[in-house]
Ligand binder design. Structure first.
Ligand code: NAP
Length: 480
């Protein structure tokens, strides 16, 4: 099989400088899904040069002109949703229904920022000196280097590239090596949307080498990253040398709290969304379940009943609700968390094992798992699991559960279920997380701010908040 070109610079599809290739594997079957070019820092530097050269003219276009390209892209992504969704499912295992949802979410971002491009307002501020005027301009930061993970390969790109382009920045994107096929298809659509040469560039390739080029090359003015806290810290350290702007969407460890006054059926459905969607491979996935001791047994029974009905399988099959894990490393981490919890006294209420019978044997499948009698010593209660396993901890009162929920270096998402409106407000205010779902297991929308506190990140994506990181604020003082 000939390698598909995966490097797009100055409007051209190129071979990598290294001439290396990458084989993409379908995690549901173990079969080869494609072979693509695999670049490095040399390709990244060429892409940065192209983005830098294009910046002057792109940033000078009117917002309405930039907006047209984003609209074109919105239409194209919507019209190609099935094809993009199939590629996502093929290369990382996501069930098709969810993959289509992701692609539509990405399209929505392109549309939203096509609109928002026109609303980058400045200010005039009353002066304290009679012959001076204060004008505040908002201008694009310059060349943006974007790095994204495999778990939402299309939408993570959209959430960065759409606001960056709307603001007037030019972009170099490094997608994850797990998901280059959907990235290539998305960039073919960028090409079709007619963006001027050099405005959008993509390099699939070696992460360390490309990351270093983004850090070292002074033409890059901002690094926009979604991924693990470990890599985020490396990039922040590197970016500090030139005081580059950064925005960081990093890991999470979400507490999911069910009070005794909750609607338990709604809480089970919310938890299913939060924990088992994308096979638990989401930064906002519930990672710890706290249930009030009065309802812990009945809630666990309802949850197990729900999981018994969930069909695990190849994401491309119609009835699949839970797909495979993305790769063997991901699978081993999940199995390690289960083993560690069991060795410290947790009991399996459902699942607990890798699936190996028949077709499952070739992929990275695991049973959706519930571990009861968990405690705070277990790895699963403080390390990000990224898989379909939930530990259950019973709690006695509101104050103690808030303390346990906040006892984490992470601060991305938290969830609370209760029918008591005062308690809901207390949870919204007291949980130290950037996103709080109150009776909501899926708290994401294009226009809402998405991002974390503590080691879960810096900055926000989404809505008007998502533009801020791509704009500088300039003060112009005028003597009249
Ligand atoms: P990762 O290992 O940090 O990878 C993310 C991206 O960084 C990939 O493109 C990866 O390339 C690249 N990368 C790896 N090492 C690098 C380096 N030294 N320099 C520059 N780039 C480097 O994260 P992951 O395990 O794939 O993704 C899952 C993580 O992302 C989880 O922690 C999850 O919580 C987080 N996440 C956060 C959000 C959010 O919005 N907060 C959203 C989704 C995911 P390769 O693929 O080539 O290794």
């Amino acid at each position: 099989m000939e390698a598909t070109k995966s490097i797009f610079i100055q409007g051209e599809w190129l071979e990598s400088e290294s001439e290396e290739t990458l084989t993409v594997v379908n995690p549901a079957t173990g079969d080869q899904a494609g072979i693509v070019g695999f670049g490095d820092g040399r390709d990244a530097d060429k892409a940065i040069d192209a983005a830098h050269a294009a910046f002057a003219s792109w940033s000078q276009l009117t917002a309405r002109e930039r907006s047209k390209y984003l609209y074109n892209l919105y239409e194209l992504v919507r019209n190609h949703r099935d094809e993009l969704a199939e590629l996502i499912s093929l290369e990382m295992g996501k069930p098709l229904r969810e993959a289509k949802g992701e692609v539509l979410g990405a399209a929505d971002n392109f549309m939203w920022y096509a609109e928002e491009a026109k609303r980058v307002y400045g200010d005039t501020v009353p002066s304290s000196v009679s012959n001076k005027r204060i004008m505040v301009l908002r201008q694009p930061v310059g060349v943006v280097a974007a790095i994204t993970p495999w778990n939402f390969p299309v939408n993570m790109a959209a959430r960065k590239l759409a606001p960056a382009l709307a603001a007037g920045c030019t972009v170099v994107w490094k997608p994850a090596e797990g998901t280059p096929l959907s990235a290539i298809r998305l960039f073919q659509l960028f090409e079709q949307a007619g963006f001027p040469k050099g405005v959008v560039n993509m390099v699939v390739g070696k992460p360390e080498s490309i990351g270093q080029a983004f850090i070292d090359n002074p033409k890059v003015r901002k690094i926009a990253f979604t991924g693990s806290t470990r890599v985020g810290k490396l990039l922040m350290e590197g970016a500090a040398k030139q005081v580059k702007r950064v925005s960081m969407e990093l890991g999470g460890h979400a507490p999911f709290i069910v009070f005794d006054d909750a609607n338990l059926d709604a809480a089970v459905e919310g938890l299913f969304e939060s924990k088992f969607r994308n096979c638990g491979q989401m930064c906002i996935s519930a990672n710890r379940l706290y249930v009030h001791e009065a309802v812990v047994e009945s809630f666990t029974e309802k949850l197990v009943e729900r999981l018994k009905k969930a069909k695990v399988g190849d994401g491309r099959k119609k009835d699949t609700e839970i797909g495979p894990l993305v790769n063997e490393r991901g699978l081993n981490k999940v199995l390690d968390h289960i083993r560690d919890a069991m060795s410290q006294g947790a009991r399996v209420a459902h699942g607990g094992s890798r699936l190996t019978d028949g077709d499952y044997g070739n992929g990275f499948f695991i049973e959706p798992t519930v571990l009861v009698e968990a405690n705070e010593e277990m790895k699963i209660v403080y390390e990000e699991t990224f898989g379909p396993v939930i530990p259950v901890i019973a709690f006695k009162d509101e104050a103690s559960v808030v303390t346990m929920a906040n006892n984490s270096n992470y601060g991305l998402a938290a969830y609370a279920y209760s029918e008591n409106v005062s308690r809901c407000f207390r949870m919204a205010e007291q949980l130290e997380y950037g996103i709080v779902g109150i009776n909501d297991g899926s708290p994401t929308q294009t226009q809402a701010p998405f991002g974390g506190m503590k080691e879960s990140g810096i900055g926000r994506e989404g809505g008007v908040y998502g533009m801020d990181g791509f704009l500088e604020t300039k003060f112009v003082s005028i003597t009249v």
